[in-house]
Design a protein around this ligand. Structure first.
Ligand code: DQA
Length: 148
């Protein structure tokens, strides 16, 4: 059974209390539970992580590259939070490892402030999941299964 690696960037640990009108009332632990169900349904093991630190996310993407090359990782679903709009380092890590990566956003970033309209992740991603609320995580896991 291959693993789906789900990476969450800065401030996503605040889900549930952070701008609930934008991100909903479910916590990151709730999202992890939803991902566990979706992985079970799609034949994946789940590895679910969150960090507020850009370099940690870069290190995890490098680890993902090694695991995918070894054949144990199906791919990565990345909600990079605000680093989406700033991080050439994350872009380079995705390109440099060649991993199968789905970019995810809970909110519809294109309907929000202009500074959220550009993503450094999108040009390096295989697919993008935007604006489905936290249910987007389950949809992205199903999408990753369809890519195998
Ligand atoms: C987000 C959208 C980003 O613009 C924002 O900085 C986040 C969350 C989302 O899931 O909708 O932290 O990635």
């Amino acid at each position: 059974m291959k693993t789906a690696l789900i990476l969450n960037g800065p401030n996503l640990n605040l889900l549930g209390t952070r701008e609930p009108q934008v991100y909903g009332s479910q916590t990151l632990a709730d999202v992890q539970g939803l991902c566990e169900q979706a992985c079970l349904a799609n034949g994946f093991a789940l590895d679910f992580r969150q960090s507020n630190h850009e370099g940690v996310l870069v290190d995890w993407l490098h680890e993902a590259g090694r695991l995918q090359a070894a054949g144990t990782l199906a791919g990565v679903i990345l909600n990079a939070g605000a680093y989406t709009h700033t991080s050439i380092a994350l872009h380079d890590a995705i390109k440099g490892t060649g991993i199968t990566l789905i970019e995810l956003h809970i909110s519809n970033v294109h309907a929000r402030e202009a500074f959220r309209h550009y993503s450094y992740i999108s040009p390096a991603a295989k697919a993008v999941m935007v604006g489905f609320g936290v249910n987007g995580y389950a949809l992205a896991i199903a999408g990753l299964a369809g890519m195998q």
